[in-house]
Design a protein around this ligand. Structure first.
Ligand code: 0X9
Ligand code: ZN
Length: 305
């Protein structure tokens, strides 16, 4: 199996980030957007085929939840695909000719490291709360979108603990800060999770429909159809609140409310057979499915720009 068909430790991924930048100095820039609660760096890769004026941009984050190992694997897969197939694959060439891409391979490095060393099923970050012995907040409940209402918990021991206040966690704060300062250029937001095979869009923090619900639904439907056609696999799609559950404080809803009107959360393979413990032999298909969906949606957004 190649490098991209395996899961990698956090140190391997940091090494890969550095190596990828060094091997592709004209295309890849590494941006330090902040650090985790245990002071690990949060690096974003910027892929930019710099010709002409500043382009609009797309954001992809992976690894919000520590145990969802297929998610960082997807971010690496996407970067490899972008660097290897630009000029060969029509879809990725079109995307990179029209958009810069920001990729955060591991948004929750402390949690990810913890799943490698101590507890494979850890979900949250590793911040220490003052009041209590419990560790960690759910970074996907910590954003400022109907923060800590139904579908999140104010109990620090809960798996869906929303944190002390919106953006209380350095990881979510760093992402929010970066996106706020790039909100005029970023047109498309993706957050990669597992598992359950779903293509979700706002809202998850309310059952209300987003203003461009039908447009998002149409894009997600086309993406799911492509996955079915090319990979013979089924993905559900729809607004988060109605398709999976109410879950406030998520990055996708927050990004949407910031003005990024094309905002998606992908739940990759599988549908529960292996769950978070998806075997490495499934990485190729899981990533290719997500890549197909992402490229389908990006193409549609570029058409509208
Ligand atoms: O609950 C979540 O954060 C996501 N599911 S997961 O099993 N990966 O934890 C779904 C996120 C959907 N979007 C929002 N809740 N905003
Ligand atoms: Zn998740």
């Amino acid at each position: 199996a190649s490098y991209y068909e395996k899961y990698h430790s956090l140190n391997d991924i940091y090494f890969w980030i550095n190596q990828t930048q060094q091997d592709n100095p004209n295309i890849v820039k590494v941006i330090l957007i902040g650090s985790s609660s245990e002071k690990r760096p949060l690096y974003v890769l910027k892929l930019s085929r710099n010709k002409g004026p500043e382009k609009k941009a797309m954001w992809i984050d992976c690894g919000i939840h520590a145990r969802e190992w297929i998610s960082p694997a997807f971010c690496l897969w996407f970067v490899r695909h972008s660097l290897s197939f630009y000029g060969q694959n029509q879809d990725i060439t079109h995307i990179l000719d029209n958009l810069d891409v920001y990729i955060l391979p591991v948004m929750n490095p402390d949690g990810y490291e913890y799943t490698w060393t101590t507890n494979r099923m850890w979900r949250k970050n590793r911040s220490v709360s003052k009041s209590n012995n419990c560790i960690g907040a759910d970074l996907n409940r910590n954003f400022d979108a109907n923060w800590c209402t139904e579908g999140a918990s104010d109990d620090p021991c809960s798996e869906i603990y929303c944190g002390a206040f919106p953006e209380s966690e350095p990881e979510s704060q760093s992402v929010a800060h970066f996106l706020r300062s790039h909100k005029d250029s970023v047109k498309l937001y993706f957050s990669i999770h597992s598992y359950s095979q779903m293509l979700l869009f706002p809202y998850s923090c309310t059952l209300d429909e987003a203003e461009n619900h039908n447009e998002l639904l149409d894009m997600a439907q086309e993406a799911a159809q492509k996955i079915r056609r090319y990979y013979r696999n089924t993905y559900k799609y729809g607004s988060g609140g109605k398709t999976i559950y109410l879950a406030p404080g998520g990055s996708d809803d927050w990004a949407y409310n910031l003005g990024i009107k094309y905002s998606f959360t992908f739940e990759l393979q599988d549908r529960g057979r292996y769950g978070f413990l998806l075997p490495p032999s499934h990485i190729t298909q899981a990533c290719n499915e997500a890549l197909t969906a992402l490229k389908t949606i990006a193409r549609r957004v570029i058409e509208k720009m």
